[in-house]
Ligand binder design. Structure first.
Ligand code: AVJ
Length: 321
């Protein structure tokens, strides 16, 4: 709340919303999609036929399970599997079950921005793989990376699935990868999923489904601002808009103000004016090709060890050291 001209914030969310909606052009970070309702909407997205990413990565992990675990080069030593952005862990469980069946002493450390997602994951792991040691942690990627280096002397396999890296533009992605690289010992590995460039229509359909699930997911950030910051956004007065640039491989999500309007955010003591069709940029979902992935690896001093793709070549998982 500001009582004079200076605004003080009590949370990062308040500060980011304030800065994003007073900036031009306006923007909000996609990391704020994931409250309880947002987690559910993302689950619904992953279940849609249009959102091919989940099926493609599932195919990679289930059809190459042995080869992937073989490439992890585990011998009989213990290792820590650290997953950034674990979500429901559905795909990771394929690897975990195989590792446990192969008598590997694996500790699983899922990290996610959503406590709700972590609680669900812990519960399901207790039921499905009761012998697995799980040490969940809530936080952003950057929070966790700081403590990774000193974590343990065991071999680390760091995983980032779901093309979660796609929320970062290349310079930020390189920064992220460099941070991971610095946290890795010579024996450690990074296993990462990348959504590949493909027919642009397939990509647009994945991010603009006819049932409006993705639209509801995008608008959920407004609902969250309403609830947590006492604001009066009417989500019906905003339109979900998706663009994809086949040259750069960048898909961008926007919320467009369908009319001229003013929104009040009480907790920020802020009135936000929107022109008709003014945009709020909310998310990027970067698509890759193998040359770009090689370039990202070179820039962050990672070496490609192996690479696994699905039968349609929609999606690829890389193993780096
Ligand atoms: C979880 C960031 C990988 O960008 O594809 C799905 C999120 N956004 N539909 C993605 C998302 C709209 C997703 N990631």
């Amino acid at each position: 709340m500001n009582t004079d001209n200076t605004v003080t914030f009590t949370t990062q969310f308040e500060e980011d919303v304030y800065n994003g909606l007073t900036d031009f052009p306006k923007h909000l970070s996609s990391k704020y999609f994931y409250d309880k309702a947002g987690d559910q909407l993302f689950q619904d997205i992953m279940a849609m036929p249009e959102y091919y990413l989940t099926n493609s990565e599932h195919e990679v992990l289930s059809s190459h399970t042995k080869a992937i675990l073989g490439a992890f080069d585990l011998k009989k030593e213990g290792f820590d599997l650290i997953e950034l952005g674990a979500g429901d862990g559905l795909k990771t469980k394929i690897l975990l079950k195989h590792a446990i069946a192969g008598n590997h002493d694996v500790h699983y450390k899922p990290v996610d921005i959503s406590q709700n997602a972590l609680d669900g994951l812990k519960k399901s792991l207790q039921e499905e793989i009761p012998s697995l040691i799980v040490e969940a942690e809530r936080g952003t990627y950057f929070d966790i990376l700081k403590q990774l280096k000193s974590m343990s002397s065991r071999k680390k396999v760091i995983m980032v699935l779901g093309s979660n890296i796609g929320n970062l533009l290349h310079p930020q992605a390189i920064d992220f990868l460099k941070n991971i690289q610095e946290a890795m010992n010579p024996n450690d590995l990074l296993f990462m999923g990348f959504d590949l460039k493909k027919n642009p229509q397939t990509i647009l359909d994945a991010y603009n489904d006819l049932n409006g699930i993705t639209a509801a997911f995008n608008k959920n950030v407004l609902v969250r601002i309403n609830r947590e910051l006492d604001a009066d956004f009417n989500p019906d007065k905003f339109k979900h808009w998706e663009v994809y640039d086949p040259e750069t491989g960048t898909a961008k999500s926007y919320l467009l103000s369908a009319e001229k309007q003013e929104v009040t955010i009480k907790n920020l003591n802020l009135k936000v004016s929107f022109d008709a069709w003014e945009s709020i940029h909310t998310e990027i979902s970067q698509k890759y090709d193998h040359n770009i992935i090689k370039w990202l690896a070179d820039e962050s001093e990672l070496q490609v060890i192996d690479q696994f793709s699905d039968s349609k070549n929609y999606y690829t998982n890389y193993l780096f050291k």
